[in-house]
Write a protein of this length. Structure first.
Length: 345
C-alpha cells in the first residue's frame, strides 16, 4: 500500500481512480444512485472506495449543509426489549443513509427537558419519539421541538407523523387464542389508563370476548404501566378473581406477573395461563416459556427512521403508517383450564 493510500482518501481521489465525476461517487456512496448509474459503474466505485479506504467526512458535510446528520431517538424505557428492537431498526436505516443515531432516555413525566435539549441545541436534525405520557404532556413537549419528528407506536391527532403497531388486532388474537383453549374467565393486564396503546389493547381484548359471547367483566382488568414491578402489583388483584388466564399488554409486565404468581405458590400454567404481546429472546427464557403474539417492533424503528429521513429530504409522507402484528407463538405458558382451578392463594 502506498503512502497516499494509507492517508485518508478524498471523494475526488475516488472519482479520479474510478474515472467518474465526483457527484456520481457521492450519490453511490450515499446509497442514492437509483437507476441512472450502471451496475458496473457502481461496483467499480465501491471497489475503489474500499481500496482507498475512503471514509466520508461527515463533519465537513454537516458544515456545508448546515445539518448534523444525526437523528435522535427518545424512549421511556431502555431495558424494555420493545424499545431496544425499535432502536436497532432505526439505527440500521440511519447508518445506511449516512446518519448517526443519538439515543436518549426520557422517564414518563420528564416534561420539557429531553426533547427540547435535543432539538434546540442543534444536536439532531430530527427526532423519533416514543412516550408513555398523557397526550397533553407529550403535545406540550413536542411544541418545544424545532425539528421534524415521528412518533413511535403512538398517535397524537394534529401533530406529527406516526408509525404504529396494530395493538388492537394483536390483543384480539391473543385473547382469541386463550378462548380457543377453553378459557372463559380471562384477565387483562393493561397499560396506563387513557394511554393510546392501553386503549387499543383493551379494545382488542373486548372484541375477542364479544365475538365469543363472553360478557366483559371490568373486575378482570387491571391498568398500570409496562414495567416488571407494575406487572407484579397488578396481578395480585387478578389473583383474587376466578380468572384462569391472563392476556398481558407487554412482555415485561407479563414477566412480573409470572414472577409474582410463582412466589405466591401458583402452578403455571396449570392454574393460570399467561400470554403477552410482543416477543423477544427472554420470552423463551422465562419459566414457563411465554406464549406471545409477535409485533414488528424492529420494523417500526426502520420505517420510522426512513419516514423521518424522507421528511428531512423534503418529501411529504403519509401521516400515519400502521404495521400489522406478526404470528402467534405458542410456548409452555398457555394450556386449557383445568376443572376446579382455584381463584387465589
Amino acid at each position: 500500500m502506498t503512502k497516499k493510500q494509507r492517508q485518508k482518501a478524498t471523494l475526488a481521489e475516488v472519482a479520479a481512480m474510478a474515472e467518474v465525476d465526483v457527484s456520481t461517487v457521492s450519490r453511490v456512496l450515499r446509497g442514492q444512485s437509483e437507476q441512472r448509474i450502471r451496475a458496473e459503474t457502481k461496483e467499480r466505485i465501491l471497489e475503489v472506495a474500499k481500496k482507498l479506504n475512503y471514509r466520508a467526512n461527515y463533519t465537513a458535510r454537516a458544515l456545508r449543509m448546515s445539518r448534523t446528520f444525526t437523528l435522535g431517538i427518545v424512549v421511556p424505557q431502555l431495558d424494555n426489549p420493545v424499545f431496544s428492537a425499535a432502536i436497532r431498526g432505526a439505527e440500521n436505516v440511519a447508518a445506511k443513509n449516512g446518519y448517526s443515531l443519538l439515543i436518549s432516555h426520557r422517564d414518563p413525566g420528564d416534561a420539557g427537558t429531553t426533547i427540547a435539549k435535543l432539538s434546540q441545541m442543534n444536536r439532531v436534525d430530527g427526532l423519533l419519539v416514543a412516550s408513555l405520557d398523557a397526550d397533553e404532556v407529550l403535545r406540550s413537549d413536542l411544541a418545544e421541538a424545532n425539528v421534524p419528528y415521528v412518533l413511535l407506536n403512538r398517535q397524537l391527532p394534529g401533530t406529527a407523523l406516526s408509525v404504529v403497531l396494530d395493538s388492537r388486532e394483536a390483543a384480539r388474537r391473543a385473547t382469541e387464542y386463550l378462548i380457543s383453549l377453553g378459557h372463559l374467565r380471562i384477565g387483562h393486564l393493561g397499560g396506563r389508563p387513557g394511554g393510546f396503546n392501553a386503549q387499543e389493547r383493551l379494545a382488542g381484548y373486548k372484541m375477542a370476548l364479544e365475538a365469543a359471547d363472553i360478557a366483559f367483566d371490568p373486575s378482570l382488568v387491571t391498568m398500570g404501566d409496562y414495567t416488571f414491578s407494575a406487572g407484579r402489583e397488578s396481578v395480585r388483584e387478578l389473583a383474587k378473581t376466578d380468572a384462569t388466564a391472563i392476556m398481558a399488554a407487554t412482555l415485561v409486565s407479563a414477566a412480573g406477573a409470572m414472577a409474582e404468581l410463582r412466589l405466591a405458590g401458583w402452578q403455571l400454567p396449570q392454574e393460570m395461563s399467561v400470554i403477552a404481546l410482543h416477543d423477544a429472546l427472554f420470552a423463551e427464557m422465562l419459566f414457563p416459556a411465554l406464549s406471545t403474539v409477535m409485533m414488528p417492533t424492529e420494523e417500526m424503528g426502520r420505517v420510522a427512521a426512513d419516514l423521518l429521513i424522507s421528511k428531512l429530504s423534503g418529501a411529504d409522507p403519509e401521516p400515519v403508517l400502521a404495521l400489522p402484528p406478526g404470528r402467534l407463538i405458542v410456548r409452555d405458558s398457555t394450556v386449557a383450564p383445568r376443572s376446579g382451578a382455584r381463584t387465589s392463594k
